[in-house]
Design a protein around this ligand. Structure first.
Ligand code: SD4
Length: 317
């Protein structure tokens, strides 16, 4: 059952909790599209997504198109082609999408396919499933017309060989930059996409938060959407993006919701985590927000004809 149908049913039949009813009436932001993406590579991603919206594309079309930009860029070592490999030298990719109807698609531990975000969308639209992993995801991609390619570049191979000699522990903060793209289109509808090569030199088989619906990304078209970047293990343990959206449902503004979700991680690490997580969020009424644990974080915001990078400081020193 589509989410909208559920709401109709609950409106005539069952009494919904008042908090749910009140959020159902949140005034949507109309005719003022928003594209909100993680990190500096969010700027070109936003540009591409903006063009899709201008040509009448949906929020989902725009989010996918945005995420595809860093996926295809060999210079970006944290996403898609050119992404740093795992400890064995394999580039393994995680991605997911979620649309305005609450539909979701995801791939994890996918190899040799340049655009995992598009495979995730195919999983959502062309299969009965939400998530495909590894070899099955690769076979699904090929049977849907995706070409196989070697995703290691000369540079990423060289970097991996150097690491392989040193075997130094890498933190995701050193190797960060998952791209998450959140979009609100002119109709006020929300969608998102998230794609990454994950933690550089990770254990073979490791999957992060980025393909996990509710962790790396969550979209609720009645309330808002949120996405994550940073240490996936900690995002998964707190169902981070879902939590941010639920906090917005409870009345937190987007920035406070991102902060509160991070405060729980900070508290679990005795006030002093040594890793980064950042969230971005759009509320249904068009308010945006972001927060990060440490150091600083940059998000790219495209709105009202402007596409700009914004830098925020961490909640802890
Ligand atoms: C992961 N969240 O695989 C990703 C990595 C990342 O900024 O976002 N780094 O855990």
């Amino acid at each position: 059952m589509k989410r909208r149908d559920f709401f109709k049913t609950s409106a005539i039949g069952i009494t919904a909790p008042s908090i749910l009813m009140s959020s159902e009436y949140m005034k949507p932001n109309l005719n003022d599209p928003i594209i909100l993406s993680t990190w500096e590579h969010g700027l070109p991603a936003n540009e591409s997504a903006w063009k899709i919206l201008q040509n009448g594309g949906s929020a989902m079309d725009a989010a996918e198109a945005g995420a595809m930009v860093p996926e295809a860029d060999p210079e970006i070592t944290s996403v898609g082609f050119g992404g740093l490999p795992d400890e064995k030298g394999n580039v393994t990719l995680d991605a997911c999408v979620m649309d305005s109807y609450g539909n979701a698609g995801s791939v994890a531990f996918l190899q040799n396919i340049k655009h995992p975000v598009s495979v995730a969308r195919k999983v959502m639209e062309e299969s009965k499933h939400v998530m495909l992993v590894g070899e099955g995801a690769r076979q699904f991609a090929i049977s849907n017309g995706f070409e196989e390619m070697n995703l290691l570049t000369d540079e990423s191979r060289k970097a991996w060989k150097k690491w392989n000699q040193e075997k130094r522990d890498m933190t995701p903060h050193e190797t960060h930059d998952t791209i998450s793209v959140l979009v609100q289109d002119k109709n006020g509808d929300l969608a998102g996409a998230c794609t990454t090569s994950g933690w550089a030199y990770k254990l073979h088989g490791r999957v992060g938060d980025s393909p996990i619906i509710g962790a790396g990304l969550f979209v609720d078209n009645e309330i808002g959407c949120a996405a994550a970047t940073g240490l996936g293990e900690e995002v998964i343990k707190t169902t981070g993006s879902f939590l941010v959206v639920e906090l917005m449902r409870q009345g937190y503004d987007p920035t406070s919701a991102c902060r509160e979700a991070l405060n729980r991680v900070i508290a679990a690490h005795k006030g002093n985590p040594d890793f980064q997580i950042a969230y971005i969020a759009i509320r249904k009424d068009g308010e945006i927000g972001s927060a990060c644990i440490k150091w600083s974080f940059e998000y790219a915001l495209a709105r009202a004809g402007e596409n700009k990078l914004h830098k925020i400081k961490g909640l802890t020193k």
